[in-house]
Design a protein around this ligand. Structure first.
Ligand code: IPE
Ligand code: IPE
Ligand code: MG
Length: 226
């Protein structure tokens, strides 16, 4: 049975869900938050150490300003209202991405949330925000260059936002689309990928458990022939 240490998720389909069910894309983003809470609970239950959630990509700036503002506000309110609960539940929050380009109120809240949950150890939830794999890799190479290190796999690993986190065992993408959209390309060289038809707000505990169970029995070769 394969152990599961790290699950990464591309939470796609909020906009379509919102249009279909409530007439606006933004209501889908709001509904998606409930699924986030459910899946965090389930990861705790299953003793998964890392959960990484793709929340906003470096390409999502192409969206209408109104939607971007809504997304950042949603996250800000979530952090404001849920932080005490997150601390109580021993969840460690860790943000990855180009955070300096975010609105300053959100940046401050991110810093505070990381500080307040720093010592928590039950699960680490990585929020990928203004994250893009290509910009992360370029940044790593520039850092290696600046530190005058040699360019090798180890040094690239060490200079990514994910430097202290094991590579994902499982990637789930909801929303019935089969692509990676610039998410953790380096880290997912050997990740098992599950494309899910359901839109993110409809994805539930049972769907998640089915994926975890099918992962457990996959023969992972990592290039060998055992
Ligand atoms: C994913 O849902 C959430 C973000 C990218 C912020 P989408 O907003 O991409 O939803 P669809 O794919 O348009 O339905
Ligand atoms: C990927 O979803 C990004 C997030 C879920 C945050 P997108 O909806 O932005 O991906 P594309 O544009 O369909 O590839
Ligand atoms: Mg989408």
């Amino acid at each position: 049975m394969n152990p599961i240490k790290h699950v990464a998720i591309i939470m796609d389909g909020n906009g379509r869900w919102g249009i279909k069910n409530k007439g606006s894309r933004n209501s889908g983003h709001r509904a998606g938050l409930n699924t986030v809470e459910t899946i965090i609970e389930e990861c705790i239950e299953k003793k998964i150490q890392y959960l990484t959630l793709y929340t906003f990509s470096t390409e999502n700036w192409k969206r209408p300003k109104k939607e971007i503002d809504f997304l950042f506000n949603l996250l800000q309110n979530f952090l404001k209202h849920k932080i005490e609960n997150i601390i109580k539940k021993k969840i460690k929050l860790n943000f990855i991405g180009e955070l300096n380009q975010l609105p300053s109120a959100l940046k401050d809240l991110i810093k505070l949330s990381e500080k307040k949950t720093k010592k928590n150890q039950l699960i680490q939830v990585n929020i990928a925000l203004n994250y893009g794999s290509k910009s992360e890799l370029l940044r790593a190479i520039k850092l290696i260059n600046k530190k005058k290190l040699i360019i090798n796999e180890k040094n690239i690993d060490k200079n990514l936002f994910t430097n202290k986190i094991t590579n994902p065992d499982i990637l789930i993408r909801t929303g019935n689309t089969k692509r990676l959209s610039n998410f953790m390309l380096w880290q997912m060289a050997y990740t098992e990928i599950f494309f899910e038809k359901k839109l993110w707000p409809d994805f539930n505990k049972k769907d998640f458990r089915i994926i975890l169970n099918s992962f457990k029995i996959i023969k992972r070769n990592f290039g060998s022939v055992k």
